[in-house]
Design a protein around this ligand. Structure first.
Ligand code: XMP
Length: 317
């Protein structure tokens, strides 16, 4: 019968055998799959594993620095690449969801290719692909790390000519988490909600600006920290905030305001294919709404999304 301990032993041995003295490059996303894949490879080949963690500027508040530190603490050989400006440039003026996704995918590949090819002698590309990705269901951890060939127009980037190693491709998500726990990965990291590869770009409806990203990071941070404080985080499959492309009227003192609306979304799901909105306590919603409106400049209204999937997707774009 399958046990995480046996999986770790046989996989580490097989990776050692397969890779020998060669070098491997892997893109970390901060998510569970790429992290567990990295730790498995690290056990097998140590410093022959070169990890790259790209900041696309669309991550959660403080996520880039926090996660990078965490990776370094795990002993991983990881290079952080802050490419925020490059992503924002590529997104400028784009408001169509699929165009935004394409722009992000393209820049990610360019950045990753530059970094991967600057490591001399790399022969393998490792990916945190899991079984549901293999069977073509939704990839919750994203094309930005699980790179798919349809992103490429006109020839493969150099790193895509590498041999591919995917140690998790026979595992389901819960098995990946158990393998991670077996190897001592922090439970807070293993319990993280899924987060889309294009990040906050698909939660800012319409065109993206640096200012909107920072407003949404603050709102999201208050919401997520609130869920943790109220012990609701682990009861929710995924949660986040959307920044709507409309202003609404408010009053503050004697002044009329005309500011942004944010929508909070929290869902229960097992695989993201279907989802139900979560019945969060009114007291929690009340506190969260007050915190957001009082603390985040530029937001004067908070709404809660009570739509299930189908038909309403989890992300608004
Ligand atoms: P939807 O919005 O389709 O989302 O109900 C289902 C799950 O997939 C995630 N998602 C994405 N993940 N790249 C990703 O890596 C994407 O473009 C993307 N779009 C949606 C979403 O966060 C949810 O977990």
């Amino acid at each position: 019968s399958w046990t995480p301990a046996a999986f770790v032993d046989t996989t580490v041995a097989a990776l050692k055998e397969q890779i020998g003295n060669e070098k491997v490059v892997l893109g970390l996303s901060g998510g569970v799959d790429s992290t567990v894949a990295a730790i498995l490879l690290h056990k097998a080949i140590g410093k022959q594993l070169h990890c790259i963690f790209v900041n696309n500027g669309l991550l959660r508040k403080n996520e880039y620095s926090d996660v990078l530190l965490q990776y370094k603490g795990m002993g991983l050989n990881v290079k952080g690449v802050d490419a925020s400006a490059r992503f924002l440039d590529a997104l400028a003026g784009k408001s169509d969801p699929e165009e935004k996704r394409k722009a992000i995918g393209r820049v990610f590949i360019e950045v990753f290719d530059d970094e991967a090819t600057s490591i001399t002698g790399v022969t393998y590309l490792a990916q945190g692909t899991i079984y549901p990705d293999v069977i073509e269901s939704v990839s919750v951890n994203g094309p930005s790390v699980t790179i798919k060939s349809h992103h490429n127009v006109g020839g493969l980037p150099d790193f895509m000519k590498l041999k591919v190693v995917e140690p998790l491709r026979m595992l389901f998500k819960d098995e990946v988490r158990r393998v991670g726990a077996e190897m001592g990965i922090d439970s807070k990291l293993l319990g993280r909600h899924p987060f889309p590869g294009p990040g906050l770009a698909i939660r800012i409806l319409g065109a993206i600006t640096a200012e909107k990203v920072s407003i949404l990071q603050e709102v999201d941070h208050i919401f997520i920290e609130g869920l943790r404080k109220w012990n609701l985080y682990d009861k929710v499959w995924q949660a986040g905030a959307m920044l709507l492309p409309v202003n609404s009227v408010g009053v503050m003192g004697d002044e009329r305001t005309y500011e942004k609306v944010v929508a909070l979304r929290a869902v229960e799901s097992t695989d993201g294919m279907t989802a139900d909105w979560v019945n969060l306590p009114y007291e929690f919603l009340q506190e969260t709404s007050n915190h957001i409106i009082n603390r985040v400049k530029g937001v004067n209204r908070v709404v809660y999304d009570i739509s299930s999937k189908p038909p309403a997707t989890i992300e608004w774009e």
